[in-house]
Design a binder for this molecule. Sequence first.
Ligand SMILES: Cc1cc2nc3c(=O)[nH]c(=O)nc-3n(C[C@H](O)[C@H](O)[C@H](O)COP(=O)(O)O)c2cc1C
Length: 172
Amino acid sequence: MDFFEVIRTRQSIRAFQDRPVEPEKLQQILEAINRAPSAGNLQGYEVYLVTNRACLQALTKAAVGQDFIEQAPLALVFCAHPARSARRYGQRGTTLYCVQDATIGGAYAQLAVTALGLATAWVGAFNDDGVRAALGVGHDLRPVAILPIGYAAETPEHRSRRALVELVQRIE
Ligand SMILES: Cc1cc2nc3c(=O)[nH]c(=O)nc-3n(C[C@H](O)[C@H](O)[C@H](O)COP(=O)(O)O)c2cc1C
């Protein structure tokens, strides 16, 4: 799929088929994430690949019951790792760069998912400690996004956007 077609096609999908994701496609998604830029190339985040059903259920619970998470065959959870970024960037690394790194990784994942004919939705509404408990990680990591991934079982309308003239403030 052409890059701009990927951009046009991507939309949040919140219902998944009972169909596994092929390992080769998953590998391509993970490699796309690993190519994402990051502050100082430190990659100040961790990616958790979750296929364990109990863990997916715990993630659903942590994400205020958004049950399409546990419906998906797998989820990627992006967690900022402040200490990795702090090594070079101090407080700016801790408060900003590691979250940006994790977010860019998640955005790359979303686009790779779409390009491969798969679907996802960005889940940001969750209890941080609930996600940590589901993953078995501590407060050294800050959960940023959960991306349940699978084959779409719905075809919603594309959601509208602000007009470009409203979004883009030109300084000429
Ligand atoms: C930071 C962030 C947090 C979001 N959190 C959730 C969420 O918790 N649950 C959900 O269903 N969608 C969530 N979304 C998806 C948005 O609702 C969705 O991207 C937006 O409505 C535009 O729709 P589209 O992705 O289909 O273009 C989130 C998106 C972002 C970027």
